[in-house]
Design a binder for this molecule. Structure first.
Ligand SMILES: *[C@@H]1O[C@H](CO)[C@@H](O)[C@H](O)[C@H]1NC(C)=O
Ligand SMILES: *[C@@H]1O[C@H](CO)[C@@H](O)[C@H](O)[C@H]1NC(C)=O
Length: 217
């Protein structure tokens, strides 16, 4: 009887928690976030800044390949020029050559192409999450990997943005890749005028990654 009661209690608690999580899908960052297909600019929460964003851009790709390979490719910034048509150059600290040299809070400068016709734009970025696909990592799952970086506007955080890459091993030799960026603050608001170009650039970048991984896998 006691065991029965406990089972019922357990199921009730589990269901309640599941409902709370479901009802607040966008209340907190979770590795299982997806692009909001109903509203492409709806702000998704990020690991560092959480909710309260102004807008997001988001792309989703199903990539045939290994989660570790995709995770490493995203951190192999020196190779971006060979596959990425959006981030065409990354300036890194001298000590950083390969993906395994990348560290938390590492500063880097992205050169991006295609946002404003005929002009390359640059942005300072700082690595915020390095959660490789192995048990015991920050998000503790061998089928989930996350890396992320945030935009440093140099204005003491008036404009904030963070770009997480969420990888989920789907168990059939494919990986779901969710790549988004959420903009925050008064300095993030003006970037909204570029959201269409940013969305296109993110989709292009996602397809570039898929082509690159599937071509060499
Ligand atoms: C979509 O998201 C934007 C935020 O970028 C918000 O301003 C707008 O109200 C949302 N639209 C709908 C229909 O929910
Ligand atoms: C943008 O950067 C790329 C890669 O560094 C370079 O090849 C290209 O000429 C640059 N374009 C402009 C308009 O400066």
């Amino acid at each position: 009887m006691v065991i029965m009661m406990n089972l019922v209690t357990l199921i009730t608690i589990t269901l309640s928690v599941a409902l709370i999580v479901e009802g607040n899908l966008y209340a907190a960052f979770t590795p299982s976030l997806r692009c909001d297909t109903n509203n492409q600019t709806a702000p998704l929460p990020t690991p560092t800044y959480g909710t309260g964003g102004i807008f997001s851009i988001c792309t989703e790709q199903i990539i045939r390949g290994s989660i570790q390979h995709i995770y490493t490719t995203l951190l192999d910034f020196r190779a971006y020029a060979t596959w990425n048509s959006f981030v065409v150059d990354v300036q890194l600290p001298d000590t950083v050559t390969t993906a395994s040299d990348v560290y938390l809070n590492m500063p880097m400068t992205f050169t991006t192409s295609g946002l404003i016709s005929g002009v390359n734009t640059t942005s300072n970025e700082i690595v915020t999450v390095l959660s490789a696909p192995s048990p015991g990592n920050q998000y503790a799952h061998k089928a989930i990997a996350i890396n992320a970086w945030r935009w440093d506007d140099g204005l003491g955080g008036l404009g904030r943005a963070e770009h997480p890459n969420l990888l989920t091993d789907l168990g059939d030799d494919t990986v779901r890749y969710i790549s988004y960026e959420t903009y925050y603050g008064v300095g993030g608001a003006p970037v909204y005028v570029l959201h269409t170009q940013l969305q296109e650039a993110f989709e292009r970048q996602g397809k570039n990654l898929k082509d690159f991984i599937e071509g060499v896998y």
